[in-house]
Every structure is written in structure tokens, then in C-alpha cells.
Design a protein around this ligand. Structure first.
Ligand code: 16G
Ligand code: MG
Length: 542
């Protein structure tokens, strides 16, 4: 480790005075102009992690659904997973170190993690379309090279594509080719093979409007569309040629405002979907004949996918254990439907893909989705091998079902939740089952719900347990919430400190929209009073 060179280069990526950042739910995120030093230092850290794991490590420059002025960075571990928790701590430590302490922190991490500094290091880098991303990814590269790491800069990629590249490279190409071409081919081939089995090929099933949040999803979907156009035609909106990234569009906007994005022409009963700014989230929606907007969120996606997988397994005659993983934000109706009607076990974890992903790995087949549209289905290696074998051995209908399951396994990006691969799986299932978006939506009716934010002096005063469904501190808060919830029917509410913004989030659901709004408001007031609210008292805004 040439520490002299580190010090010299680090000086040109100076840390703004007094700035403290945390490696949050999905990496560092803040205003782009405050991130140059973080990028450089994450380049350094990626080299150490690569040396320690003797594998390729990924660095993604993106702030997902945040405003265009923000940016962020996250590291991708060898099998495409999120960075291990102990390294998140190292990341925070390194990002906040004063200039004169950087050498010491690097040595400390290397010692603690027994990094062999003689080992080669290889880092792959991707970035989203933000104006600041190109320069920031250069700072990552600076960090990588100053520690003697090799790198490949993929340039513009969706976040899931970078996860895919890392996974491919660390499995010697067995999973797929580590190029965008390899990604397009793998997914499109599986999609086309799967949809070939669909008996109804009516046009209404085969075209989809996609709101790309004016982000990277538009570029990549455009590159990819001719690979799968025999099976699906996509019409792209908010493709970045005019509008601003994530502004009044994208999955986060649609989910949180429960209304269509700007710039999308929706006719009644047409199937539409939105990606977020780095294309790892997807939600569906449509307008009914009366002009009412209907959101088909991550919970309904999980339901569609898990019921399809269950049917295939039944056909094949295999009893593998399927589990569905959700968070506290999952609509109560979805949990009830999954457990009571579909008879699949449902588990709840803390918010953030890494928590759901981790839990989903416990099952033969783990389907995980956040209500906001982050998710995928994971298949254990044993299951994957077994299905491939059955697809060769079985006869007739069983063989067909096994082949279809094999296609589904190939379609899901096993390295991460991926809007593009989720979209193709959903489109294939709808075509195979001959379902319209309305029929899919009608599986169950969502309970009316409301999400609000409360500003407090220090959101860390709120701590939670039971997968964020119960507040432990401050004292009295949970009791207050319990009392409020009792006032309404079919009601539920919880609060948690955000992992990406300086606010406390409030969620409430109840038997009517009015009641959900009112419960959310009352819980906000309790947070404001008991957890040190600042600024104006929360107002009823509905
Ligand atoms: C991040 C997470 C997302 C989670 C959200 C919650 C990943 C890739 N992304 O965007 O899963 O839903 O944070 O944000 O893990 P919050 O803590 O501000 O509510
Ligand atoms: Mg995202």
C-alpha cells in the first residue's frame, strides 16, 4: 500500500469541514457537491474489500429515486449482494476520517479484516445518468488506482446491471456474460421461451407503457427492446430527452403520491409501469373506465409471482418450500391474502433490500418485495440444479412446467431486484395466464393507507423492534400509538426513523381513506410531541 500516494491524492478530494455521513440503508446519499471525497475513499475501500475476498467488487454511483441534485455510492459484494455489515462500518469510518487520519484508518481496516495487501484487486464501476455522476465515478477510479487496483468502468448502467456484472465475473461466466449484451441476451432468451407457451397472444397482452423516471432505465430498455420485441412491445415515457430525473415521475413518485407520472399518456385500462431512477424498482398501475387510478404495487407483484411459482411446482409435483418476505409497509390485505388464501408463509423484516434478501435466502424459493416495488425471487442453487435436471427427465406436461420454471429462474436477476427483469417476469405471467391488469389487481383490495413524514431534532431517539412494527423508545410512544390504533377499524400504524432522509416516517392503514389519513395525522402528532418534533406542528393535510 503506497500510503504516501494515498495522502497526496486524497488532498485533491478534500472532505468538506464538519461533514459527517453514514453508510445508510443503501450506501451514502446526499447533495452531489458533498460527495467527491466519499467517492475517492470508496474507491480505496473497494480495493481492500476486493483483496480480502479475492473477488471482483462493484461500485455504483447513483442516488436512485432522490432528486437530480443528489448523488450517492454503494459497494457491491462478490455474489452481487449488498456490502457486508462490518464493512458498512468501515465505510462510514473511512468516509468521515479527517485528512491526517486516512492512512491510520486504512491500516486499521486492513488489520481488522486480515487483508492480504499483496493480493490483486479488481473493481467494476457503474453510474446513473445524473449530471454529477461522471465526474464522481472518476473520483472512485482515482481511489482504486492509487491503491494499485485494476478496474473496469462500465459507464452508464442500471444498478441491477452492475450487480449482474459482479455476479458473472465472480462465477467465471457460469451465470452469464459480464457485458450488457450478455445481460440482454440472457433475460430476453428466457422471456421469449417462456412466453412461447402462452396460448392467447392477443395484442392487448403484449404492449406496455413504461415511465422511465427520466433515468438510466430508458437508455438500457431502449438498447434491449429489440432483443425481446417478438414477445413484448414497450412504449417509453419520461425517457430523459426532456424532463428532469425523478421529477414528478418514476416509481417513487407514483407510489407515494398514488397518482400517474407526468408525461405519460394513459388510456383507460391500459397497463402501465414506472421504474425508479436507477431501475431497481417497479410498480404497475392503470386508469379504470371511470378514470380512477389504481396502483398495483410490490405486494401485488409478490402475490402474482408466488402464486405462479406455486402452480408450476404443483404441476411438476415437487414440494419445495416457498416463503414470501415483506416489510411493515406491506398492505395488511396482501399479507392476509398470501397467508389465508394462498397458504404461503409470510415473513416480515426491516426496511431495505439487504434485510429482505437475507431472509429470502432461507427458503428453497424466496420471493421478496417491498411495497414500493423493490424485489425479486431467489432460488437456491440446489433448487436451480434440480429444476434443470427435471426439465430434462420429466415427461409431457410436467416437463413443460419444469422448463417454464427454468426460464423463470433465468429471467430473475438473482444478484438483485431488477425493474427490467421483474417487468419481463410479470409480462410473461400475465400473458401465460391470460390476465389483464384489472384481473391481477382484483386479487384482493388494498386497505386505504397513508404515509407521512415528521421532522424531529434527532431521529435516532426513535428505536424499533419486531421488524420496525413497534417503537421501543422514546418512552410512551408505542403506548400512544396503540391507543390511537384502537380508535379505528382494520387499523395498523407504525413509525420508524428513515434510513435515507432526516425525518421520521409514519405509516397508517384503516378501513377508509379518511380514517387512514386521520390515524396517520394523530400518530404524527404523537411523534412530534414525544420524539422532539421541530418546526411547525404536523397539520391535517387532507
Ligand atoms: C432505500 C432502500 C429501499 C428502502 C428505502 C427506505 C435499497 C436498495 N434501497 O432506498 O429498499 O425501501 O431505502 O427508505 O435497499 P427510508 O429508510 O428513507 O424509508
Ligand atoms: Mg433505486
Amino acid at each position: 500500500m503506497d500510503l504516501g500516494a494515498v495522502t497526496k491524492h486524497s488532498a485533491s478530494h478534500a472532505k468538506p469541514n464538519g461533514l459527517i455521513l453514514q453508510y445508510g440503508t443503501a450506501g451514502f446519499r446526499t447533495k452531489a457537491e458533498h460527495l467527491d471525497h466519499v467517492m475517492f475513499r470508496m474507491g480505496l475501500l473497494a480495493v481492500l474489500r476486493s483483496k480480502q475476498t479475492k473477488s471482483t467488487i462493484g461500485v455504483m454511483v447513483t442516488a436512485s429515486h432522490n432528486p437530480e441534485e443528489d448523488n450517492g455510492v454503494k459497494l457491491v459484494d462478490p455474489l452481487g449482494e449488498m456490502l457486508a455489515p462490518s464493512w458498512e462500518e468501515h465505510a462510514t469510518c473511512l468516509a468521515n476520517a479527517e485528512e491526517q487520519d486516512i492512512q491510520r484508518v486504512l491500516i486499521d481496516i486492513s488489520k481488522k479484516e486480515a487483508v492480504n495487501l499483496q493480493q490483486d484487486a479488481f473493481v467494476v464501476i457503474g453510474r446513473d445518468t445524473r449530471p454529477s455522476s461522471e465526474k464522481l465515478s472518476q473520483s472512485v477510479i482515482d481511489g482504486v488506482t492509487v491503491l494499485g487496483g485494476q478496474f473496469h468502468d462500465y459507464g452508464l448502467l442500471t444498478t441491477p446491471q452492475l450487480h449482474y456484472m459482479v455476479y458473472c465475473r465472480n462465477t467465471s461466466g457460469r451465470y452469464g456474460k459480464a457485458t450488457t449484451e450478455g445481460y440482454y441476451q440472457k433475460l430476453s432468451k428466457a422471456f421469449l421461451e417462456l412466453t412461447k407457451q402462452a396460448s392467447c397472444s392477443g395484442d392487448e397482452y403484449r404492449s406496455l407503457k413504461v415511465d422511465c423516471a427520466n433515468g438510466i432505465g430508458a437508455l438500457k430498455l431502449r438498447e434491449m427492446e429489440h432483443y425481446f420485441s417478438q414477445g413484448l412491445s414497450v412504449q417509453l415515457f419520461n425517457d430523459g430527452t426532456k424532463g428532469k430525473l425523478n421529477h414528478l415521475c418514476g416509481a417513487d413518485f407514483v407510489k407515494s403520491h398514488q397518482k400517474p407520472p407526468q408525461g405519460m399518456e394513459m388510456k383507460s385500462n391500459e397497463r402501465c409501469c414506472s421504474f425508479d431512477g436507477d431501475a431497481d424498482r417497479i410498480v404497475y398501475y392503470y386508469h379504470d373506465a371511470d378514470g380512477h387510478f389504481h396502483l398495483v404495487d410490490g405486494d401485488k407483484i409478490a402475490t402474482l409471482i408466488s402464486s405462479f411459482l406455486k402452480e408450476l411446482l404443483l404441476e411438476i409435483g415437487e414440494s419445495l418450500n416457498i416463503g414470501v418476505v415483506q416489510t411493515a409497509y406491506a398492505n395488511g390485505s396482501s399479507t392476509r391474502y398470501l397467508e389465508e388464501v394462498m397458504k404461503v408463509p409470510v415473513y416480515c423484516t426491516k426496511t431495505g433490500v439487504k434485510h429482505l434478501h437475507h431472509k429470502a435466502q432461507e427458503f428453497d424459493i424466496g420471493v421478496y418485495f417491498e411495497a414500493n416495488g423493490h424485489g425479486t425471487a431467489l432460488f437456491s442453487t440446489t433448487v436451480e440444479m434440480k429444476i434443470k435436471q427435471l426439465a430434462e427427465e420429466l415427461e409431457d406436461k410436467k416437463r413443460k412446467a419444469a422448463k417454464m420454471l427454468e426460464n423463470v429462474i433465468d429471467l430473475f436477476n438473482q444478484a438483485a431486484g431488477d425493474a427490467i427483469s421483474d417487468m419481463l417476469v410479470i409480462e410473461a405471467i400475465l400473458a401465460l395466464k391470460g390476465l389483464t391488469v384489472q384481473q391481477w389487481d382484483a386479487l384482493y383490495a388494498d386497505l386505504p393507507n397513508r404515509q407521512l413524514k415528521v421532522k424531529v431534532a434527532d431521529r435516532r431517539v426513535i428505536s424499533t423492534t419486531d421488524a420496525e412494527r413497534q417503537a421501543v423508545t422514546p418512552p410512551g410512544l408505542q403506548e400512544a400509538i396503540n391507543d390511537l390504533v384502537k380508535k379505528y377499524k382494520l387499523s395498523r400504524a407504525f413509525v420508524r426513523p428513515s434510513g435515507t432522509e432526516d425525518v421520521v416516517r409514519v405509516y397508517a392503514e384503516a378501513d377508509s381513506q379518511e380514517n387512514a389519513d386521520s390515524l396517520a395525522h394523530e400518530v404524527s402528532l404523537a411523534v412530534f410531541q414525544l420524539a422532539g418534533g421541530i418546526g411547525e406542528r404536523p397539520q391535517p393535510c387532507f
